[in-house]
Design a protein around this ligand. Structure first.
Ligand SMILES: O=P(O)(O)OC[C@H]1O[C@](O)(COP(=O)(O)O)[C@@H](O)[C@@H]1O
Ligand SMILES: [Mg+2]
Ligand SMILES: [Mg+2]
Length: 296
């Protein structure tokens, strides 16, 4: 984890001053890679190899698992998104690195088996949030580029009034649309940046609210990736007292079958996630066209 923290210093340097162009290659999702995606991936991989404690690595920007060492003895495997939200760098919005860590060599395990998860947020300040299953803690980078502890044992309220909804709303299914109307009728504030790391960080640090990226028409599994994005964030949010669901089961209980598997997600305060899933599953509440809601 210290090696990852070190790597983030090079990633933030690349974000601040690096080439904003495309790399001319595409990743395993067929998405065009930016030069910054490729560089951040290389920085992370190099540090993880250098750590000497990693056997397998998988990343959003690599086509297959990279084996650092063959033996699993006392070693860890790491899945990561080196530069989440990279298409926001050119408009100077916040981006981040997301990391998931397992003991041994197997990366296709339910997220609940993670031994640690962390993210680094490159915003106006650089912060690092992690859990090893014993509380969620935040470090902030100081002017010497050292991380100092700024918040310990971060906890979320049972429900909140912020929502961050991803995906085109005209592609939402009826349950998700009703849920959004329910939030609007309740007076919740829309706060969506388009970067998963800052959007999750906001919900976690304010301690209230929910992020969702639901199934869309034509994309039944939404957009976000289980291994590189959803599992680490779900692990952190659950350890802060929140919840994360794909609409039916906890994200952390999904057994992944492939590296590139995606899932819909509702993540944040426990009660908010519960309400979201009840709407998605055609629950009790209904909202009329004017936006006020009625029980039915
Ligand atoms: O542009 P949309 O559809 O709102 O999607 C936003 C989501 O896509 C992402 O940018 C995907 O991540 P990458 O930049 O790593 O591809 C997330 O950070 C964010 O939550
Ligand atoms: Mg990503
Ligand atoms: Mg990415």
């Amino acid at each position: 984890m210290c090696e990852i923290a070190e790597a983030s210093k090079y990633v933030i340097n690349a974000v601040r001053t690096g080439d904003l162009g495309v790399a001319g290659t595409s990743n395993l999702y067929g998405e065009e890679q930016l030069a910054l995606d490729v560089l951040s991936d290389r920085i992370m991989r190099k540090r993880l190899i250098h750590s000497g404690v990693v056997c397998n690595i998988a990343s959003e920007e690599m086509d297959e698992i990279y084996q650092c060492q063959a033996s699993a003895d006392g070693l860890y495997s790491v899945a990561y998104d080196p530069l989440d939200g990279s298409s926001l760098v050119d408009v100077n919005l916040a981006v981040g690195t997301i990391v998931s860590i397992y003991a041994g060599c197997d990366l296709l395990q339910p997220g609940r088996n993670q031994v640690a998860a962390m993210y680094i947020l490159y915003g106006p300040r650089v912060s690092l949030v992690y859990t090893v299953g014993d509380g969620v803690h935040e470090f902030t980078m100081n002017n010497l580029m050292e991380f100092t502890l700024t918040r310990e044992n971060i906890k979320m309220a049972p429900e909140g009034n912020i929502y961050a909804p991803g995906g085109l709303r005209n592609k939402y299914n009826a349950g998700d649309e009703k849920f959004i109307r329910h939030l609007e009728a309740k007076g919740c504030k829309l706060r969506y940046s388009g970067g998963f790391v800052p959007d999750i960080n906001q919900v976690l640090m304010k301690g209230k609210g929910l992020f969702m990226y639901p199934a869309l028409s034509g994309s039944p599994n939404g957009k976000l990736r289980i291994l590189f994005e959803l599992n680490p964030m779900a692990f952190i949010i659950e350890h802060a007292g929140g919840a994360a669901s794909n609409g039916s089961i906890p994200i952390l209980d999904i057994v992944p079958e492939s590296l590139d598997q995606r899932a819909p997600i509702y993540i944040g305060c426990k009660e908010d996630v519960k309400t979201a899933t009840s709407f998605v599953n055609g629950g009790k509440q209904d909202v009329n066209m004017a936006g006020s809601f009625v029980n039915g």
